[in-house]
Design a protein around this ligand. Structure first.
Ligand SMILES: CC(C)(COP(=O)(O)O)[C@@H](O)C(=O)NCCC(=O)O
Ligand SMILES: [Mn+2]
Length: 939
């Protein structure tokens, strides 16, 4: 095709277009001969309108390309999950997925009103069995760590103590008490049922011991409550990144706890009564105070005064309350004025329930709502004040509040925070815990010896929020369901509940309470979420193989997300983008599974589940911990996997790979005709231009639906005129090629984080890798004679699991092998890197000699998302990174949404095309399709 841009490389566009059209227009498996005589297999597409969806729907689900679970992020087995009883009930009993794990372990905290259960299910790690095995070994010089087998999941479930039988049924149906116990992993008391011992704390551990023996045949090993509370709190504060948060005037903010600077602190556990514990270290603590005015007081007095039937009902009443009708405020005493001399505003409560004395009203004359709110504030404030006084007594700045009284309830937390802040004059801080109710149960769990939990690090835990596991909706417990089908029908029913669950959470508008004052709750929704006491916690995946990327300049300060979704406008925008993208994604997902009725139902269930998550997060962005765009994008992928869509873009990726591989030889030939300088520029342009092939961008998907690939490619290449919006190319070129005749020091090891399948990797990143290989090999030949130059390696880093159309580490070796058929540099490098174990069949010259070459390797990153959080990468990648001196991050997800602001110990090149107008404006003050080429020397 003439006149694409006049740039020679763009001639490949002709071939691209021709191949694409041929493939689209030809019948299934019809062979297409391209200009160069290469044979490309076409895919079926019965409709010729360039819309490939119809064709995909007809395809049978592929069997060979199943999900690669390399062990970095274990997946849930969702084969068993259920709704129990009548799903039309207000709070249906929802059953946890039953997973066929071979080891279970659990512990209980049996309190006066609630039973908290923590259980562990081990996930069978799957070994890496692919062409990269050899690569991995070589990179790590045979010194891979051998990890204790601890990978698995930690679940959090609660039951009402009055419904102990439900708890026993749950344990029995999940066979938790019969879990196979392997002394190699768990130094448990007894491997057989007769002598089985379970750890429990709380008064119920004594009260119900006989019942456990009778019903489950297990003995209860009673653990001290304070020991457990402290052990649980210490574990959470050390191991969970977004565990602690402040809550002031309706605003929640997560606090980064420095593990080395955690102690001492005051732990306030608010259950029926209140304990205040000074914690000085692991197992080092002292109960310094407490108060008998706690959760039991609120519930007991509240029940008497309002006739409420449950704690949650009482809490819900408070949402609609106005305490000014019953509390005596400073303004009531001072004729509406502040008492500013001592810092009290008119709206400060001078005396809780004070107005009840002077008014001639009887109990019936007061609204139960007002009574509930007044009571809640009185008790919360009192707890906050006594806690602060104790913190002052011992010189403690940090106070963590736990216990199920708090229940994530905004007013309770605001009141406690206000008291601490007010009395300490801002010197002390009240902090709350996401797993507030599970401290005791977790502590009991940790008392199993040699569990290894206390050694876990933040980066080894990944929190997931599957539907059907302890999600925020309703109560989740009971015997397991039979299969995924039942889970889907549960989802279909759950959606009815889901709309209730996602009803607005009333919160005080920020900044209205003033000094000492409390405004009336803005009770727009009128009701508390039906799951007010439910869990805002997910399943904790324990993944011992995850590591912090060793090249981060400052791991403690590292924040992966560029976009902070705590800004509501921003959240709303991305919420809309993701919602609008959903129908297209469901289409692709369903088509990828053959378009069967089963796939359609799963697609529907996926859409409902993901929408419910989005709606939940819209109301309370911090519900699942600190929320960034990367988390939303990952949640979508997790949700797809939950409904067993293992690779929604599988066939699209395959087709684009084939087309791109067919034109690769011509591209390489053109590149080889250029001088070094022109070639480097063309290569970087190539990466940027080909990054347009992104099925996650709405703008790009629209382009795909409207035009041919060549149209897109042409537009993309036309955008390549420099200067790019962020353009450090000259710096990079100087670093690579030197200046004024001076040859630069070659890089020893380059890590290339690749992004999309098809043109992006084949025509963009692979040629760039090839250039590094070529330069490395040339250097090797020169340096070998005179110097000990160290190792030169080029590593392609790709996703462990599919995400959109991103290429995975499993797919890359075949792509490289295919490319290597037409390129000696790639062939030798791939052979040297162990990528061509059996994939090579035909080489250009037929020779098989393994001449000296810089090796090309493939490493998985440990992620299944379009973005990358470098605090949690595979051990393989961490190991490969150790001697790297250049990293190249490619794509919007990896280089812009995340890591745009990240600094590295080595040189970094960030390359991406911005395929979203808003992001372009915000991040680089540019336009959609602008490009970023950011080069940063080592920090
Ligand atoms: C999901 C993505 C980050 C993938 O981009 P990539 O990393 O492949 O360059 C990107 O497509 C994206 O941000 N999409 C959502 C925004 C939109 O549709 O405009
Ligand atoms: Mn991508």
């Amino acid at each position: 095709m003439a006149g694409l841009t006049g740039h020679p490389v763009l001639e490949i566009g002709d071939k691209f277009e021709e191949l694409q059209n041929n493939i689209i227009n030809n019948n299934k498996n019809k062979e297409v001969i391209d200009k160069a005589g290469l044979v490309v297999k076409g895919e079926e597409n019965s409709n010729n309108n360039n819309n490939n969806q119809g064709g995909e729907r007809d395809m049978a689900p592929p069997t060979s390309n199943s999900l690669h679970r390399s062990g970095s992020r274990p997946q849930l087995d969702l084969s068993k999950a259920a709704i129990q009883g009548n799903s039309e009930e207000r709070d249906p009993t929802i059953l946890l997925p039953n997973q066929s794990d071979d080891i279970s372990h659990f512990a209980l905290d049996i309190g006066g009103s609630l039973i908290k259960l923590v259980y562990f299910s081990r996930h069978e790690g799957q070994s890496i069995d692919d062409k990269r095995k050899k690569t991995v070994k070589e990179i790590s010089n045979g010194s891979r760590r051998s990890y204790p087998i601890l990978g698995g999941r930690l679940h959090f479930v609660k039951f009402e103590t009055s419904k102990l039988n439900e708890c026993l049924d749950f344990i029995s149906s999940k066979q938790l008490h019969n879990g196979r116990i392997d002394s190699h992993y768990w130094n448990s008391e007894a491997p057989n049922k007769e002598n089985a011992v379970i750890k429990a704390t709380g008064g119920g551990a004594y009260k119900f011991a006989d019942l456990f023996k009778e019903r489950l045949g297990v003995s209860i090993d009673k653990e001290d409550e304070m020991d457990c509370l402290v052990a649980g709190a210490n574990f959470l504060l050390k191991a969970i990144r977004h565990e602690a948060f402040t809550h002031m005037e309706g605003h929640k903010e997560f606090v980064q706890i420095d593990h080395n600077d955690l102690f001492p602190y005051l732990l306030v556990n608010v259950g029926s009564g209140v304990s205040m514990i000074k914690v000085d270290g692991d197992g080092k603590f002292q109960r310094v105070s407490g108060t008998n005015v706690g959760g039991g007081t609120y519930w007991g007095l509240g029940r008497l005064l309002t006739k409420c039937n449950s704690f949650d009902e009482l809490l819900e009443l408070s949402q609609r309350g106005d305490n000014r009708t019953i509390d005596m405020l400073v303004g009531d005493i001072y004729g509406g004025m502040d008492y500013s001399k001592i810092g009290l505003s008119a709206s400060t409560i001078a005396s809780s329930f004070g107005k009840a004395i002077s008014d001639k009203k009887e109990l019936e004359d007061h609204r139960p709502e007002d009574i509930s709110l007044s009571l809640l504030r009185m008790i919360s404030y009192n707890i906050g004040q006594i806690s602060y006084l104790n913190a002052l007594r011992f010189g403690l700045k940090r106070i963590f509040f736990g216990g199920f009284f708090i229940r994530g309830h905004a007013y309770t937390m605001d009141t406690i925070s206000f008291a601490v802040h007010f009395w300490s004059q801002g010197q002390a801080q009240a902090m709350f815990l996401r797993h507030e109710g599970f401290l005791g149960a977790l502590g009991a769990f940790m008392s199993y010896e040699k569990l290894g939990l206390d050694d876990l690090m933040v980066h080894q835990l990944v929190e997931r929020f599957p539907m059907g596991a302890p999600y925020t909706g309703g109560k989740i417990h009971g015997p397991p369901l039979g299969n995924l089908n039942e889970k889907i029908s549960w989802m279909e029913k759950f959606v009815l509940k889901g709309t209730e669950i996602t009803a607005p959470v009333p919160m005080a508008p920020p900044g209205t309470t003033g000094l000492g004052g409390f405004e009336v709750p803005s009770s727009k929704g009128g009701t508390l979420r039906s799951d007010a006491s439910a869990l805002n916690v997910g399943v904790l995946h324990l993944v011992p193989t995850l590591e912090v990327f060793p090249l981060l300049a400052n791991p403690k300060m590292y924040e992966p997300n560029t976009i902070d979704l705590s800004d509501h406008c921003e959240l709303e925008y991305w919420f809309t983008v993701l919602s609008e993208h959903l129908p297209d994604l469901v289409d692709k997902a369903v088509a990828s599974e053959g378009g069967t009725d089963d796939a359609k139902r799963r697609g529907d269930a996926f859409a409902r589940a993901f929408s419910a998550h989005l709606a939940r997060l819209m109301e309370e962005p911090a519900a699942y911990g600190k929320l960034g765009l990367a988390n939303l994008l990952e949640l979508r992928e997790e949700c797809l996997r939950e409904f067993q869509f293992l690779d929604a873009y599988r066939s699209i990726k395959q087709r684009e790979n084939e087309v791109s591989l067919a034109v690769l030889p011509d591209l390489l030939m053109e590149l080889d005709r250029m001088d070094e300088e022109a070639r480097l520029l063309t290569l970087i342009e190539g990466v940027l231009a080909a990054n347009i092939f992104d099925w996650g961008s709405r703008a790009c998907v629209d382009l795909y639906h409207k035009g041919t690939i060549i149209d897109i490619y042409r537009m993309s290449r036309n955008k390549m005129q420099r200067p790019w919006r962020v353009d450090d190319f000259d710096l990079f070129r100087e670093r690579m090629l030197g200046s004024e005749g001076k040859k630069p020091r070659p890089h020893k090891r380059a890590l290339l984080f690749v992004d999309n399948s098809g043109a992006d990797v084949v025509l963009g990143m692979l040629p760039l890798a090839r250039e590094l290989l070529r330069r490395g090999t040339e250097m090797m030949v020169v340096l070998y004679k005179c110097d000990n130059f160290g190792t030169l390696i080029v590593v392609l880093v790709a996703n462990s699991l599919p995400a959109l159309n991103d290429v995975t580490a499993m797919e890359l070796p075949d792509i490289v092998a295919e490319a290597a058929k037409h390129c000696d540099i790639l062939r030798r490098a791939a052979e040297a890197g162990g990528l061509l174990v059996d994939a090579m069949t035909n080489t250009l010259d037929g020779s098989k000699e393994n001449c000296s070459s810089v090796p090309l390797m493939v490493v998985e990153n440990g992620c299944g998302s379009p973005c990358i959080d470098l605090r949690q990468v595979s051990s393989e990648l961490a190991s490969a990174a150790k001697h790297a001196d250049l990293i190249i991050l490619e794509g919007m997800g990896r280089a812009l949404h995340t890591n745009f602001n990240a600094r590295f110990k080595c040189e970094a090149l960030k390359l991406a095309m911005v395929k979203n107008q808003r992001l372009a404006e915000k991040l680089i003050k540019g336009e959609i399709y602008d490009c970023v080429c950011r080069y940063e020397p080592a920090s």
